[in-house]
Design a protein around this ligand. Sequence first.
Ligand SMILES: Cc1ncc(COP(=O)(O)O)c(C=O)c1O
Length: 407
Amino acid sequence: MSQLNLDFLRRSFPALGGSQVFLDNAGGSQVARQVADRLTEYLFTANVQLGASYPASVKAGEMVHAGRSALATLFNASRPEEVVMGATTTQLLGQLAQALSQDWGPGDEVIVTNFDHEANIGPWTKLAGKGIVIREWKMRPGEHVPNLDDLAALLSDKTKLLAVTHASNIYGTINPVREMADLVHKAGALICVDGVAFAPHRAIDVQALDCDFYAFSVYKTYGPHFAALYGRYDALLAAGNINHRFFTRAKVPQKMEPGNASYELAYSCLGVIDYLEAFAQAHGINSEGRAAVEAAFGLIADHEEALSGRLLSYLRGRPDLTIVGAEVADKARRVPTISFAIHGRSSREVVEAVDPTGLGIRYGDFYSRGLVDDLGLDNPDGVIRVSAVHYNTIDEIDRLIAALEAA
Ligand SMILES: Cc1ncc(COP(=O)(O)O)c(C=O)c1O
């Protein structure tokens, strides 16, 4: 079983010092101290408009660029210009749909899934209004990883894009994005990946995945309330302009950032790298930048597997509930976002019984409404979801198990 440095984690996340236990991290994670430090640094030393020639403005521009570069490191993008910054993943995917669809017309096709969060469905299905044909890739009943043959059957020379999630925010399973990308590219189409439920748990590698677009929410990945969209440079270059009318398509990525992203939040993303470097160091690994990101997430995966293992072995032992997702803790197959439904019990009632114990969990459909509807649960409140991250402990999971037993 993995042992993370608890003192380091408590120092890095001041919020962990309170009485609330955070097990709703897929909703939003706690923020690392380094992120708050970077935020303050920007506001107190560089809070001017970018783009002027005076020194403070030049410095502010460099700091925002450093934030963009930090996000490029998290994506493993080949250059910072491949990163589009914005307030939320929902907004960024909406902007992407707007930009790409400028070149699409009636009869062109887009594939969405029944297992994505609505953020990567709605922007695409709305294009039906312009005559774009929407196809749906459905998860087979009882399975937790989508079937690639079913995808192949949906692809055609009319397909423009597949919108798909890297990890389900309900099942917690990790999907085979590289295999999907290969199929989609063979059909001459693009792939847009929602990495929101994956990014807090494993190192993203857009180059290894060979995806065209990939988005995640920094506020669920130990950073500020902010989001980032990776676009392969030539794919971004080809996309339409959604910014001011006099911006050209060559203005990558600013043509995709109408009104600019928040400067201070952009800069504070550098704090996520600071944190992961400090995390690696606190566990005996001296590395920087991308190497530190990979080393840190390697340790994180081991610890998360132990957390998943503890909770899943309890849940597997209860005959009166259904685990909604993979029943195995294997770090290659899932992240520690674990959902279940108790037969004949309202999910809301169970969560509300746990609330007073100080353990924050949650019930609902988590905006993956298609997936929860298709599960056919006899529970109007959806599933109970426990979403851990690396700063959670085995002790917290044991406390949760005791609270669930009492409930
Ligand atoms: C899997 C997934 N995708 C997308 C989103 C939307 O993220 P944002 O709040 O940044 O729009 C969420 C938010 O919960 C999510 O869980």
